[in-house]
Every structure is written in C-alpha cells, then in structure tokens.
Design a protein around this ligand. Structure first.
Ligand code: M6R
Length: 605
C-alpha cells in the first residue's frame, strides 16, 4: 500500500526523500511523487506514474539545496493510475500525502462545494481542499478541526506553505513512525525508511498530531495539549533489510528461515519446554478458554489453518479459523470464554485489526502473533508473542509464515501442558520435533537448484493444482497462493478427496498437479487420489517423506522431504513450495519481489 516519507533537517532532502521511497518500494505502488519547500513559501511538487526510478530521473535536474519535504508511493484505490491522482496533492496553502481511504469524500465534496475544483479523482485531494478551506494559519488547530470531519483510515503528512521547514502529520489506523536524529526529523509509513538514519523511533499514536522541525518532534493530543511519545528501538540492523548478495529479497528470506526459527524458538525454551514468562503471557490465558478463534489474512491465515489442524486434536476444544475480512460479518460466536489468536507479519493489516477490535468488544482475550514490534495489532492485543523473522521485504511472505507456525506450535504445546493434555515429557519431545525441522529445512534449501529444474516445465502452463489431505491440504493452500501471486499462474488448492466432486473435470493431459502426501495415517488414501489425476493425464509432482514407498509410475517428478513426524512436515514443505513459486516467477522473467497489483502491508479494507 502507499508509502510515506517526510524529512526536515540539514541534509539534502531530495536525496532523503527519494532514497526513502526506494526503501518503501516493496510495499507495492504504481506512482510516486515528492513535494518540498523550494524557496521561501513556495512548495513544489514533482510526481509521476510508474517506478521511483522514473521520479528520480525527473528530479535529476533539481540541484538547489532542499531541506524540507514529503514523498509518497501510491497504490491506487480511488481513481486510476494517472499523474493527477499521484500524490502529493496541493490545494492552496496545503500540500499533503495520504495513506488510507477517506470514506465520506463524497459528502465532503458536497459540504465544502468542491465540485468543479478537483483536479484528481482521489479522496486524498478532497481532504487537502477541505483542510485548505478551514486553514487559519495555525496548522495544529486546523488539523484538530479537520479530524472530526473525516471518516475512514488515514496517515497524512502535510506541508503548509506559510510554515516552511515544518511537517505536520496525523493518523487513524494507517501506520506512521517518526524519529528525531542529529541530522533532522523524519517520518515514514514504516521503519525500513528510517533505519538508515536512526534505530530509535516513536510510533505516532492514533489521533495525535505530530509537528516535525529540523530540531525536534512535538506530539499533541487532539485537545491541543502536548503529549510525550514512547521511544522504541529497532531490534534488527540495516543489513537485515538489504539483499546481501541474493538476487531477490524473496530468495534471501527463504534462506533466512532456519535462523529465524532459532531466534523465535530458542529464547523461549526452559528445560526444553515452551516458556512465555518473558513475553508476559500467563498460563491462566490458556487454562479457562472453551474455544479458540484464529483470525488473519492471506499467508498468516494459512499458518492459522495449519495450527488449527494441530491444535484441535491435541487440545480437544473447538478451534475455528476465519479470514479476517469476513470475521466481522459472520456474527462470530465469541465471548469471554474464547481465546482469539490474531496472526500478522506487519501488525498493520486493517481487516485483521478490525477483527481484533471486534473480538475484544465481544469479551475475548486476544493473543497476537506479530513480527513487527510496536505495530498497531501488537499494541492493541492483550498479549503478544513476537516472531523474530526480522524485516520481511518481499511481498510474498516466506520466513514470516514459518516463524508464525513455530510460534503457534509453541502456543499449542504450552496450552496442552497447562490443560493437562500433554505431560512434560511429551511436551519436551514435541519441542524436540519442532527443533528437528531446522536441519530439515536446511536440507531442502540445499536442493534449490534441483527444484529450479523441476519448475521449468510448469512455467508455460496456465493452471496448476495443489492437492493434499488434512495437514497436507492446509500446506497446499499456501503453496497455491505463493505460486499465483508471484508467477501469475492460476493455482488452486484442493482437499484431495474433494476433487471427484467437481474439480477433477479440469484435469487433462499435462495439467500440473503438485500432490502433497506426507501424512502417514492417510497416505494410502492420498495416493489413490494421485492415481485418479495421473489416470487423467496430469503432470504430477509428488512430495512425500523419504521413507515413503511409491510406485515410480505414479509421479513425473518426486520430491522427498526428511522423515519427520506428520505434524512437522510443513516446515520443509514450505521451503519446497516457496522455491517452486520463486523459480516459476524468476524463469518467467517477472518481478519476484514486487508482483503486480499487490502490496506488502494491506492497510485499506
Ligand atoms: O502482514 P500480515 O501478515 O497481516 O499480512 C497478511 C497478508 O496480506 C499476507 O500474508 C499476504 O497474503 C502475503 N504477503 C502473501 O504472500
């Protein structure tokens, strides 16, 4: 989604803004622009459709010293991809950039008689024009009067032409982080744009106004009284957000998984058992609940699907998984006996946040599994179990998925102990099995080149099917998502037993079927399903454990994963499925890290 950067200080602001926008490219965007104080009270805007590289070209003739400005990458919501719709938007004395959606922009257009004055089709320009109309030369008081007029989500950074050198910001839902450094003040939609300058930052609280000058950052409550931000420290270094010799962030992040798992699991082991004491998560949270609701989007939701299949049989209580964007409309049966587990890499996904808020309203305690420290979901949850994947830059989620799984498996194990469903000995053995997945993942990473060869025949195919039963079905969902989002091959996952109820009609000569058969207790049933697709001409890539005995005629290609306990095969399988998607995208010559139409952090509904 849209990326935001603002800077005021002694450095060349043009460079800070353009470099910041490059750091934010991974969020996904289709146009980019900057605005800056040129001389005195003159604010100049340069914007374009397409990549930040194009914006850099347009800005190359700017040679004068610039010390204050804002920059934006836009992911189109209201209005097409045009220069007019790109940000910043200017209206009289106001120049602003916006992340989010102003839902009542129609009403505002009517109330403030803006028909005929708008240059773009965006809700953001409406906000700029309203602010200009109510502007009284006092930015803070004007923003205070703007906020109650707005419905929707927003992170705004604003320049007022009569306040050179100053940047103002306010947000509702959409994230903003700010920092004061010896080289000036910065604000951004996420930390990756700030870390080249500082490790210390503040999350801008919702409905507070921030004023940045070269010498300080000031926070104000909506009643105008000053506020003190909490200063946080980044727990990863700049290197973590670089490619470090890999051709793509995605490949680097796939390879980082064993390390990320160690960082997530090992500090939480006491005598071989999961211990959340340092996370402040009490056992009482796990003791009394009578059901678990898991809520998340996309890959995080798929991690939830796997967790459900592991949790329910072990804990013997109902575990339901909901897509966060649907949760609110399901009238969910959630109450104070429910434990809601929210999963999010970014901690900013708006649908997941809305689901969290509803679950709390209904009386549930919320435990979130989040990667980004200090994110909104983390702050609003009752308890947080942070995953330690470090920054995930590629749009396609990889290492975040496996650490989410590790965290969820640890929660399951702790909960099973607390509820008397596992002895300490059984729990210790469960955790040993979990640690064994680390070398198993490394073994699959070593097979990357072989997987690349296997993928070649897939890249000209329009469709691919992923099939599996029980846990293998849950893994298939993620395999299909990964493949479609970065290779644009239409891919779907099916419970293998369900194929005969319709989908098998699509299986014809050489249609790729990626079949997962790693669950011992249903192995023979799964193999029967593979026979059914093979008999109809499918090109079968079969993934099994090493020990599995399979008729060589059954599969065109066989991938063998280490012989782990059924529950844990997801980890090496995740590596295989991620590599299949990666190489499909690479061999098709696509933009692996920034697939079309997608954004890393989905901050609009
Ligand atoms: O940041 P979140 O984990 O809340 O994001 C949820 C989804 O948008 C995300 O998992 C998405 O599906 C992946 N980027 C796909 O690879």
């Amino acid at each position: 989604m849209c990326g935001i950067i603002g800077y005021t200080g002694p450095l060349q602001a043009k460079d800070v803004l353009l470099n910041g926008l490059s750091q934010l490219e991974y969020r996904g965007y289709d146009s980019a622009g900057i605005a800056f104080f040129e001389s005195g009270q003159n604010v100049r805007v340069v914007k374009t459709t397409g990549k930040v590289a194009r914006l850099k070209e347009l800005c190359s003739s700017i040679t004068e010293e610039i010390h204050c400005g804002i920059g934006h990458t836009r992911w189109a919501t209201h209005g097409g991809v045009t220069v007019e719709n790109a940000h910043p938007h200017q209206a009289g004395r106001v120049t602003l950039i916006h992340n989010g959606i102003i839902e009542n922009y129609h009403q505002l257009t009517a109330d403030f008689h803006l028909e005929g004055t708008l240059i773009s089709q965006t809700d953001s320009e409406v906000a700029a024009r309203v602010l200009d109309q109510i502007y009284d030369h006092d930015p803070i008081s004007s923003i205070r009067r703007l906020v109650p007029l707005l419905e929707g989500s927003y992170g705004f950074c604003i320049l007022f032409s009569d306040h050179p050198g100053e940047i103002y910001a306010v947000r509702n839902v959409s994230p903003l982080v700010a920092a004061y450094t010896h080289s000036g003040s910065l604000i951004a939609s996420d930390l990756t744009a700030l870390i080249p300058y500082t490790r210390k930052y503040a999350v801008v609280p919702e409905n507070q106004i921030v004023k940045l000058t070269p010498y300080r950052m000031e926070f104000y409550q909506m009643d105008g009284t000053p506020a003190s931000p909490e200063i946080l420290e980044v727990n990863w270094d700049t290197d973590a957000a670089m490619k470090n010799g890999y051709p793509h962030f995605m490949l680097k992040e796939i390879h980082e998984q064993p390390e990320a798992l160690k960082k997530t699991i090992l500090p939480r082991l006491t005598k071989g058992l999961p211990d959340f004491g340092d996370d402040g998560i009490p056992d009482s949270l796990f003791q009394t609940c009578s059901q678990i609701r898991i809520v998340a989007c996309g890959t995080a939701m798929h991690a939830g699907m796997v967790a459900r299949a592991v949790m329910e049989p072990l804990l013997k209580i109902p575990v339901l998984v909901s897509v966060a964007s649907e949760f609110r409309y399901e009238d969910p049966l959630v109450n104070d006996q429910t434990l809601t587990i929210v999963i999010s890499q970014s901690g900013e996904t708006i649908d997941t946040l809305a689901a969290l808020r509803l679950a709390k309203e209904l009386g549930s305690k919320v435990l979130s599994v989040v990667n980004v420290k200090g994110s909104t979901i983390a702050r609003e949850s009752d308890y947080v179990l942070y995953t330690h994947a470090g920054p995930e830059i590629a749009v396609a989620s990889t290492k975040a998925y496996s650490v989410q799984l590790a965290a969820l498996y640890m929660i399951t194990c702790r909960m099973a102990c607390v509820r008397g469903k596992m002895t300490d000995q059984e729990a210790a053995s469960f955790m040993e099995d979990l640690l064994d997945v680390i070398p198993a993942m490394e073994e699959m990473l070593d097979q990357a080149e072989t997987i690349k060869t296997i993928v070649r025949p897939l890249i000209d195919k329009p469709d691919a099917f992923f099939i599996g039963r029980n846990l293998d079905y849950a893994f298939s969902l993620e395999g299909a998502l990964k493949l479609k989002e970065i290779s644009y091959i239409h891919a779907d996952a099916y419970a293998a037993g369900e194929l005969k109820h319709g989908t098998i009609a699509l299986i014809a000569d050489q249609v790729p079927v990626i079949a997962l058969a790693t669950q011992d207790r249903i192995f023979s049933k799964m193999i029967s399903n593979v026979r059914e697709v093979k008999a109809r001409g499918a090109y079968v890539i079969l993934i099994t454990k090493k020990e599995a005995d399979v008729d060589p005629e059954l599969a065109d290609v066989r991938i063998r994963i280490p012989d782990l306990h059924d529950r844990f095969t997801v980890f090496p399988i995740a590596v295989v499925l991620q590599l299949i998607a990666y190489y499909a995208s690479l061999l098709k010559g696509l933009d692996v890290d920034q697939p079309r139409n997608l954004a890393k952090s989905v901050t609009v509904e």
